[in-house]
Design a binder for this molecule. Structure first.
Ligand code: PLP
Length: 445
């Protein structure tokens, strides 16, 4: 009997014993293709020698030094790189240990910014339905994943909620894309006005919606409209790139492709690529300057903030991305994966939509293509696909509740950037087999 409280308290997962490239092997000798990068984490694949070397050599220098006493060269170098090339321009960096911590940090920074700049009444965030920003209480609060929120609802902060930019479900047949986008922006503006613009701190969104929606990219112009509204009402735009950032979508930050500069960006997953638990909050320098001029402190901190070994791993990942020109590879392989998925699934009886950006891809399942009717939630199709895929040596990231937290199923793919075209063909082929097997199962099997 295990002493670990596993995610499913009634089930102990297989024991991973080795991992290399895009594959993980368990103690029974089964090998799995990691087509979801765990949860969109493992961008360089497993056991990359340059990252392992960087971690080892940092351990030999300084394994840990508390940031209330010291900084470290490695953390400084990482911050310099991230801050210099930030999508919001010249920025400063706060290093943390993961995505939820990054979001909590971003929310607190934004609140303190307004507190110190003479607008203490700004106390609420606007965020979207069908989003995920993490599992700690404030991150869960801004997130719009109803299933995850429900049990903890009484503990969560009140958030102003607007629609997701989810064209497949949200745009009516009579609307053009531009009309749909304009409708969403009108809704956002109305929500800000109703709350009172001077009471809003920030708008939080994933540029490409990850686990909750299944790789949903925005419509063209959506984020430009968001930026314009944030500027109009003095609201900060916080781009949550924990999943879609760090090259996953073919540019270092997904939001670059929307031509928009956020005020604050959160990253994690691909930052450490699984080699270390690490995240970062990247804040426009002009905002940090305001705090520097006033209180001189950001009232925050964790024991492992700026951990040197985590920073060493993240810095090595950054260097590998650059040296191996992996962003260009993500663009090429991302286009290849989208094409392969469309060829294999676009006319599949139970596939309603294939979407994504770069190597973040989503497949939405429907029981009826014409009406886009989802499978009944009780059928748990997503769980059946995950199980069938695993039996066939494939790790994918399916989820239910795609549409509203209850109904809808999708599969998220986030293969490592080093996956070859042959690997991607194999992934698509095994995924089609898993979907075919899962839809044939009797309900409740
Ligand atoms: N934000 C987004 C967009 C995410 O996808 C996630 C995790 O999936 C988080 C935040 C939370 O990150 P973590 O699980 O590292 O706390």
């Amino acid at each position: 009997m295990t002493r670990i409280m596993h995610r499913n308290l009634r089930h102990t997962p297989p024991v991973a014993v080795s991992a290399s490239g895009i594959r993980i092997t368990d103690s029974a000798g089964n090998s799995y293709i990691d087509a979801s990068g765990g949860a969109a984490v493992s961008s360089l694949g497993h056991a990359h020698p340059a990252v392992l070397d960087a971690i080892r050599s940092q351990l030999d220098k300084v394994a840990y030094a508390h940031t209330s006493f010291f900084t470290t060269e490695v953390a400084e170098e990482l911050a310099e790189r991230l801050g210099r090339n930030a999508p919001g321009g010249d920025s400063e960096v706060y290093l943390v240990s993961g995505g939820s911590e990054a979001i909590e940090t971003a929310l607190k920074f934004a609140r303190q910014y307004y507190l110190e700049t003479g607008q203490p009444q700004r106390a609420r965030f606007v965020a979207r339905r069908q989003s995920y920003h993490g599992n700690t209480l404030c991150a869960l609060g801004v997130g719009g994943n109803e299933w995850r929120r429900k049990p903890f609802a009484p503990l969560l902060p009140e958030v102003i909620r607007v629609s997701a930019c989810y064209e497949y479900r949200g745009r009516s047949e009579t609307q053009t894309r531009d009309q749909y986008t304009a409708m969403l922006l009108r809704e956002l503006e109305a929500a800000i006005l109703q709350a009172g613009p001077s009471h809003v701190i920030g708008f939080v969104a994933e540029p490409v919606v990850g686990a909750t929606g299944g790789a949903i990219p925005p419509t063209p112009g959506y984020f430009r409209g968001v930026r314009a509204l944030c500027d109009k009402y003095g609201i900060l735009f916080i781009a949550d790139e924990v999943m879609c950032g760090m090259g996953r979508c073919g540019t270092m930050y997904a939001i670059e492709q929307d031509g928009v500069e956020p005020d604050i960006v959160t990253v994690a997953k691909g930052l450490g690529a699984g080699y270390q638990p690490v995240g970062a909050v990247i804040v426009k320098r002009a905002l940090v300057e305001q705090l520097r001029l006033r209180s001189g402190v950001f009232q925050h901190g964790h024991t492992y903030t700026g951990h040197p070994v985590a920073a060493a791993a993240a810095l090595a990942v950054q260097k590998v991305l650059e040296q191996q020109d992996l962003l260009a590879q993500v663009q090429a392989r991302g286009a290849y994966l989208q094409r392969a998925l469309r060829e294999a699934l676009a006319s599949h009886e139970f596939v309603g939509d294939v979407r994504g950006r770069g190597l973040l891809a989503g497949v939405e399942l429907v029981e009826d293509r014409a009406t886009r009717r989802p499978f009944p939630p009780s059928r748990k199709l997503h769980a059946a696909i995950k199980a069938r895929a695993l039996e066939n040596g494939l790790m994918v990231y399916p989820m239910g509740g795609t549409i509203d937290g209850e109904s809808g199923d999708h599969v998220l793919l986030a293969p490592p950037f080093i996956a070859t075209e042959a690997d991607l063909d194999e992934i698509v082929s095994r995924l089609v087999d898993a979907i075919d097997a899962a839809v044939c199962e009797p309900a409740g099997a």
